[in-house]
Write a protein that binds this ligand. Structure first.
Ligand code: NAD
Length: 495
């Protein structure tokens, strides 16, 4: 497969002929060749987005027409789902089950965006601010302009969808940079966007690493940056874009607390805790990597947890039974193994796993055993995001102690509470400093609801109405309701 640059509605080669390859992390084999944009290509992409933003065809398009485009994209993703699943499994190290869910969820996301776009009110009279004989006040919403959107490799199609959906819903335009590890599904999405009839230049898609991202973000025409990735890079990006004062949405890292109370239903909570930290080999931003278990049930919970962890099926991603596959790259694998080594050196108790899998079918891929440590806040992994299949388990006595442990983090992306007492669980959910809190659930997201982080986990929200509104500028339009010169309140202000 060859992924070209998608600029101004056309697929083209990199102008300086830079071509790289992405590999299948299950076996190291090549999956796709992708074109890396030169400075000129980036300039062309921004120009295309700028011209498309000003194009009356796009500018004056009705909300119904935008909604129809989004629905068409949703349908076309569904039509091509088998092909996308096949490539996503090999390109990103997603299991078959995860890739199917990703493609289904992205199609569903565009459908929800279509509904949001259709119902979006871009001119709202505010009755409560309006005073007869004085002022008529309304809010007018207008698209921010040319966006630069940068996504990570863990949920490639989902992340691209979350970014592009609101752009089309609001009348913005964009240059989306996909991650160099996983360029493939964004290439297919570009074809879908073209075939759905989105005007040329509204969505431009390029692939590359940090250097491409930096060059794109530095461009003075960019009016909004939507970034998903690590907190470290997020901080660097905020510095890069500060001189241009652009609007941003930052979806960053996490170290989410998963709290199991004494009265939890362990027949669900144990599996829920494993799913929370092992889904996609732990490479989910909202992973429940700090498992906080209340003292009274700790022995029983741990006995069940350590029995069940052995039943998780680690396998190459094309195996339909794979519960989890490799991590995305050799670099990521080394980072994870480094954290495991550090935790061992800090004398945390290793309860399960801890090693790379190397035998037989694993020999050419980047596989790590499901790993669990008993830790305290003194351990590095209580605080640092690993982004791999490693959980730190901590015992607590009282609810106050559990909440304090949960909030003892610079991050605040997500969290969960497992309890049969719903009122108590809601009380705790209210006190967890995080953008999403599940009760007796984990990882599930609703495209109609906001997603994002407190503290160092981000700025702003994606999805839901909040996510769409972040692509709009609000304007206060003040109309005078006073035609009498004598009654103007400012008449004697300067005379
Ligand atoms: P990363 O921060 O290394 O890279 C993310 C993207 O930014 C990539 O496309 C990369 O090429 C680009 N990039 C890197 N340096 C850049 C720079 N200086 N300027 C511009 N672009 C740059 O993250 P990653 O390793 O790809 O992904 C893992 C991280 O993403 C984790 O921290 C995870 O928690 C986070 N994440 C967050 C969410 C969320 O919604 N909060 C979702 C998924 C992943």
């Amino acid at each position: 497969m060859e992924i070209k640059l998608f600029i101004n509605g056309e697929f083209r080669d990199s102008s300086d002929k830079t071509i790289r390859t992405s590999i299948d992390p299950s076996n190291g084999l090549e999956v796709a060749k992708y074109h890396v944009p030169s400075n000129k290509d980036i300039e062309d992409a921004v120009d295309a987005a700028k011209n498309a933003f000003a194009n009356p065809l796009w500018k004056n398009m009705s909300q119904d027409q935008r909604a129809d485009l989004l629905l068409e994209i949703s349908n076309k993703i569904k039509e091509r789902s088998k092909e996308i699943v096949d490539i996503e499994v090999r390109d990103s190290g997603s299991t078959l089950r995860k890739a199917k869910a990703d493609i289904h969820n992205t199609s569903a996301f565009f459908k929800v965006m279509s509904k949001v776009a259709r119902e979006l009110k871009l001119n709202i009279l505010d009755e409560s601010a309006t005073r007869a004989g004085f002022s008529i006040n309304s809010r007018e919403y207008t698209p921010v302009g040319v966006c630069a959107q940068i996504i990570p490799w863990n949920f490639p199609l989902v992340m691209a969808g979350w970014k592009i959906g609101p752009v089309i819903a609001t009348g913005c335009t964009t240059i989306l940079k996909s991650a160099e590890e996983t360029p493939a599904s964004a290439g297919i999405l570009a074809e879908i966007i073209r075939d759905a009839g989105v005007p040329a230049g509204v969505v431009n898609i390029i692939t590359g690493g940090a250097d491409v991202g930096r060059r794109l973000l530095n461009h003075p025409q960019i009016r909004k940056v939507a970034f998903t990735g690590s907190t470290t890079v997020g901080k660097e990006i905020l510095k890069t874009i500060a001189p241009n004062i652009v609007t941003t949405t930052m979806e960053l890292g996490g170290k989410s607390a998963n709290i199991v109370l004494n009265d939890a239903d362990l027949s669900i909570a144990v599996d829920g805790a494993l799913y929370a930290f092992l889904y996609h080999s732990g490479q989910a931003c909202d992973s429940g990597t700090r498992l906080l278990v209340q003292e009274e049930i700790y022995p029983e919970f741990m006995e069940k947890f350590l029995a069940r962890i052995k039943e998780v099926k680690v396998a190459p991603t094309t195996d339909p039974n794979a519960g989890y596959g490799p991590v995305v790259s050799e670099k990521q694998m080394k980072t994870i193994l480094g954290f495991i080594e550090k935790t061992n050196s800090e004398e945390a108790k290793l309860l399960a796993g801890g090693k790379r899998l190397m035998d037989g079918e694993f020999s050419k891929g980047f596989f790590i055993e499901p790993t669990a440590f008993e830790i305290t806040p003194k351990n590095t992994i209580f605080h640092e995001e690993i982004f791999g299949p490693v959980v730190g388990i901590t015992k607590f006595k009282t609810l106050e102690e559990g909440i304090a442990l949960a909030n003892n983090s610079k991050y605040g992306l997500a969290g969960a509470v497992w309890s049969r007492d719903h009122a108590k669980a809601h009380l705790i959910a209210g006190q967890i400093e995080a953008g999403t809190v599940w009760i007796n659930e984990y990882h599930l997201l609703n495209p109609g609801m906001p997603f994002g982080g407190f503290k160092e986990s981000g700025l702003g929200r994606e999805m839901g109405t909040e996510g769409v509104m972040s692509y709009l500028e609000v304007k206060h339009v003040w109309e005078s309701d006073c035609d009498s010169r004598e009654k103007k309140v400012w008449l004697d202000a300067i005379f």
